[in-house]
Design a protein around this ligand. Structure first.
Ligand code: ATP
Length: 315
């Protein structure tokens, strides 16, 4: 086929723990990642030229070669030059629903979507593990975005191990449109304050990772125990982001004061998420918090945990 449309879900982190330094300059992480059904639509079309052309109506999204969707096509052209010559350039249209610079892996899931789409369009027959290997060349969150669902991600985030699917939990996502947190800033700030606690010995790193694998949150996920999942949410980056952005901290408190299962910052923020047992409850709590904070910059979305990453959709 000459064109494909894909749905690219956002992610939240149910657990984000920074363990130490890596030789490649990244942080050693152990995370539990979860896809949610708030996502972007990506349309790919062979354009009969040699060019990659990118379209997106959201002005915050770069339309040049810094866009992860663009980088994904370039990567595929480098790895599969013969197919690239046969099929020529690509038009990519991104319908952006995921807020930008929000800690929801918006750019990463677009990159993942393009890898999956090009694999189909060029009939390359790459498997999910092969796609995830390519994805790790684009960024740490991209491999998870390929397969999605519920997973433990280790290393710099690129080593993915699936956990049992969660679907019966509703997620309120809340973000101030006038707030963005730079991911590199958050990790650097964490390094400056907590480097003395970093673990570098391979054995210790493995043991910390193992603690999460055999820990309470993974048990709660396996047992689909929503209450325990809400209670056990954890994010190291809150330690540096919340003091710097008190509005984010107040937003978490506002959700915790309602009848939610748990509330936390996602990734490096500033998006806050709150977990609820029903859609109705999520919608009414989102409304209540919006009314009480009464700031026109505060946006809320209600989504559901979803068991997949990139999927193809009808045009
Ligand atoms: P992560 O959670 O992976 O750190 P994020 O959700 O915090 O990412 P993004 O929405 O990916 O943040 O945006 C971060 C930066 O990436 C933006 O400032 C934007 O310039 C750039 N970017 C590159 N490609 C895209 C894309 N396809 N969509 C959105 N932003 C993109």
């Amino acid at each position: 086929m000459q064109s494909y449309s894909l749905f690219a879900p956002a992610k939240i982190n149910l657990h984000l723990e920074i363990i130490g330094h890596r030789a490649d300059g990244y942080h050693e992480l152990v995370m539990i990642m979860q896809s949610v059904n708030l996502g972007d639509k990506i349309h790919l079309r062979a354009n009969g030229t040699d060019n990659i052309r990118l379209y997106c109506q959201n002005p915050e999204v770069p339309l040049d070669n810094s866009n992860l969707a663009y980088k994904a096509v370039t990567l595929m052209q480098e790895k599969f030059p013969k197919a690239a010559r046969n099929f020529g350039g690509v038009d990519i249209t991104i319908e952006k629903n995921i807020p930008v610079s929000a800690g929801l892996a918006g750019g990463s899931t677009n990159g993942a979507g393009v890898l999956v789409g090009i694999n189909l369009m060029w009939s390359l027959g790459l498997t999910q593990p092969e796609l995830r290997d390519l994805a790790s060349l684009l960024g740490s969150d991209v491999p998870f975005c390929i397969s999605g669902g519920t997973s433990i991600a280790t290393g710099r985030g690129e080593e993915i191990e699936p956990l049992s699917d969660l679907t019966d939990i509703w997620v309120i996502l809340a973000k101030y449109s006038n707030l963005g947190v730079s991911t590199p800033w958050a990790y650097n700030a964490y390094r400056q304050q907590y480097e003395q606690f970093y673990v570098s010995d391979g054995k210790e790193v493995k043991s910390r990772t193992h603690q999460v694998h055999s820990g309470e949150l993974v048990k709660a996920i396996t047992n689909k125990d929503s209450k325990a999942i809400g209670r056990l949410l954890y994010n190291d980056l809150e330690k540096v982001v919340l003091p710097e952005y008190p509005a984010v901290s107040e937003l978490i408190t506002a959700f915790r004061n309602e009848n939610v299962l748990g509330a936390m910052m996602s990734g490096s923020g500033p998006t806050v998420f709150a977990l609820c047992t029903t859609e109705q409850e999520a919608t009414s709590i989102a409304q209540k918090v919006q009314n009480s904070i009464n700031d026109p910059n505060l946006n809320c979305w209600v989504a559901q945990m979803c068991p997949h990453g990139i999927i193809t959709i009808e045009d």
